[in-house]
Design a protein around this ligand. Structure first.
Ligand code: MIC
Ligand code: SF4
Length: 642
């Protein structure tokens, strides 16, 4: 039987387990990436493992998230990461060099290799044919230490692309269409593998836009074949030697199949507050716009920004619109500067930011009260922009640029001829902002500013676990709800005690105080709890607050792993309707916890307040059970080593 691309890469990296969907496997990781907002924690954990030098083929530490330096905190974190990277064999991408996913695609990504990144949009690398997976910082630390990455063997869903895109329609519209079809839960447990004749017409940066936003489907990752387009891209980056052909066998088998005719896709838009709340732009046309933001790891490539520059050239941004643009990398930025496109953007009235995540993670440019913000980003979760009353919409660079001129949501198809652009034959390559590690790191001193605080560790599972239900939440609670991130909070990513004062406050402002007063307890939630970011702070902070278990209808993949790594039980209702049997302030009790977790079957929890038993599933592998019993991954590692 033939193999698909996912199976080929997994097979060549398989360390243990059988490639049967749903079963736990472990794979060897070739490359890792971290960024600064998850990196500090990942490197603190790496240091705790006492491994002198990373064992991967290449590990890169990027600084791209926390670049607003309002106080010493971010700059301290940058120094810590720079020195810890130099010491332990990790390449350091300086602030200003660009967004991790964009730079990694340009300079390091390799077809057929595996990449584990402490950022949920790591699957951007799938655009170049790598198996690129987002994970919590601790999993990335383990991979840097040479350990395999454990995951459940995904199902593979083939999305066959036919035909070609019409003018003014672009890669962003394809992935918004897929989100409309599959929803933010539609990719859970799956790899989305793109195939078919339509693939050929998409360049690597366009493919990367699509795989990037596969994260919003909840997918393990997304991947494109490695073909002539991939070769051209690598050649233009001066890396043709990194190219290998990689396509699915003709008789490859898939678990699911979808077909998309590219010629039927229209410009699309995701309405507030979810990336799958997608309609055609036509349906939203005329809505007045206050802010337009172009950039992020989804849409900040050279081609994307050149399109924007062509649309804006010689025109003026609407008087009521603030247009902000953040080029994705130093390479993109310099090329725009050299060919004059940057001047066109500035001249039209755009506000140009440094090459970083910026407004995508609320690092500046928060919109005005009740403002409508149109963004080329990937997430429009409630409050993420830094302004909770803002209405954030997600669109393509074309829709963003045209709407910035008209001052309202505009279907670009009425705007004349679409800009036409070819992939450059060569990109400007200058890696002078990527600092290689020291040959011998033993002499390097790691600099730790006062913002670097120790991370919390769980303790072994008690045999009786008891506590109050502190919150009852709905479906699709995001990590931006659990551990909000914005310009004020991101500087404290290495300071869990400080962050704990903000945990789950977008859901209930009284939560941190109540959690502290009651010395922790339980959380109850609906489906897809913890969707979004890979930030393990969404588990470490609840751990710090004494949360013992989260009882939900279902969990998002990365967050579930982060909970287990932290020793918090992710419990799933055996019968969904039992969600109605628990209320806030109910007292729950889990007796014989150790034997119940060890047994691996159903777990019975008692709702003391309502005097009823509720059956829950702890859907964990044997290894994960051991983690819960030991109080998390680091405790388990210590235990097995001693
Ligand atoms: C995001 O887009 O939400 C982030 C910020 O990049 C996160 C990482 C983080 O929270 O630091 C992600 O996607 O994993
Ligand atoms: Fe940065 Fe936004 Fe991409 Fe996250 S989604 S890595 S914050 S640009």
């Amino acid at each position: 039987m033939g193999e698909n691309i996912t199976q080929k890469i997994i097979k060549s990296h398989l360390v243990s387990g059988e490639m049967i969907a749903g079963q736990e496997i472990s794979i060897k990781i070739d490359q890792t990436l971290t960024q600064d907002s998850t990196g500090t924690m990942a490197y603190l954990q790496f240091e705790a493992m006492k491994i002198p030098r990373v064992k991967t083929k290449k590990s890169v530490a990027y600084i791209d998230h926390n670049t607003l330096q309002q106080g010493f905190e971010n700059a301290d974190d940058h120094k810590y990461i720079q020195t810890v990277a130099a010491k332990h064999g990790i390449y350091f991408s300086r602030p200003g060099n660009g967004i991790c996913h964009q730079v990694h695609l340009e300079r390091f990504g390799r077809p057929g290799w595996t990449l584990l990144g402490s950022d949920s949009h790591t699957p951007t690398g799938g655009g170049i044919g790598m198996l690129a997976i987002g994970a919590g910082g601790l999993d990335v630390a383990v991979a840097m230490a040479g350990g395999p990455y454990n995951l459940s063997m995904p199902k593979v869903c083939r999305v066959t692309l036919k035909g070609s895109l019409r003018p003014w329609v672009s890669a962003k519209d394809i992935i918004l269409k897929v989100l409309q079809l599959l929803s933010v839960k539609g990719g859970v447990g799956k790899v989305i593998e793109y195939a078919g004749p339509g693939v050929l017409s998409l360049t690597v940066p366009e493919r990367a836009t699509i795989t990037n936003m596969g994260a919003e489907l909840g997918a393990t990752t997304s991947i494109f074949p490695s073909d002539q387009q991939t070769r051209e891209f690598l050649k233009a980056q001066g890396r043709e030697d990194d190219w290998i052909p990689l396509v699915a066998d003709e008789d490859a088998v898939y678990d699911e199949e979808i077909e998309l005719d590219l010629s039927t896709i229209e410009p699309m838009i995701a309405r507030p507050h979810s990336p799958d709340n997608v309609v055609s732009v036509v349906e939203e046309e005329g809505t007045k716009v206050d802010q337009v933001a172009i950039g992020s790891c989804t849409n900040s490539s050279y081609l994307d920004l050149m399109k924007v520059a062509k649309i804006l050239k010689g025109k003026t941004v609407h008087k009521d619109v603030s247009l902000v643009i953040a080029p994705g990398s130093k390479q993109v930025y310099t090329m725009l500067a050299q060919n004059g496109a940057l001047a066109d953007l500035i001249d039209a009235g755009a506000r140009i930011l440094e090459s970083a995540c910026g407004p995508c993670i609320g690092m500046g440019q928060a919109p005005a009260t009740d403002a409508v913000s149109l963004r080329t980003f990937n997430r429009n979760f409630y409050g993420r922009s830094g302004t909770s009353s803002a209405q954030v919409y997600l669109v393509s660079p074309e829709v963003a640029a045209v709407s910035a001129l008209t001052g309202m949501v505009t279907d670009p198809r009425g705007f004349g001829k679409a800009p036409e652009l070819d992939m450059p034959k060569s990109f400007l390559v200058n890696d002078n902002s990527i600092i290689p590690p020291a040959d011998d790191g033993s002499e390097i001193e790691v600099v730790r500013g006062p913002n670097i605080k120790p991370f919390p560790l769980s303790s072994e599972l008690a045999d009786r676990v008891e506590g109050l239900v502190l919150l009852k939440m709905e479906d699709n609670i995001t990590t931006d709800h659990i551990m909000p991130s914005n310009a004020k909070l991101l500087p404290f990513r290495s300071n869990i005690p400080h962050l704990s004062n903000y945990c789950l406050t977008p859901v209930d402002e009284t939560f941190p105080a109540r959690a502290k007063e009651n010395k922790g307890g339980f959380l109850v939630a609906g489906h897809n709890y913890g969707q979004g970011s890979s930030r393990e702070h969404a588990a470490l902070v609840p751990l710090y607050l004494g949360i013992k278990g989260v009882i939900a209808k279902s969990f998002a993949r990365i967050h579930k792993s982060n909970l287990i790594n932290s020793g918090i039980m992710p419990l799933v209702f055996e019968r969904e309707e039992d969600y109605d049997l628990i209320d806030v302030n109910d007292r729950l009790e889990l007796v014989d916890a150790i034997s119940q977790v060890k047994a691996g079957g159903l777990i019975t929890i008692r709702n003391i307040t309502k005097d009823i038993d509720i059956r829950l599933r702890l859907e964990l592998s044997t290894r994960e059970r051991e983690m819960i019993l030991a109080g998390g991954l680091l405790n388990l590692t210590k235990k097995t080593r001693s």
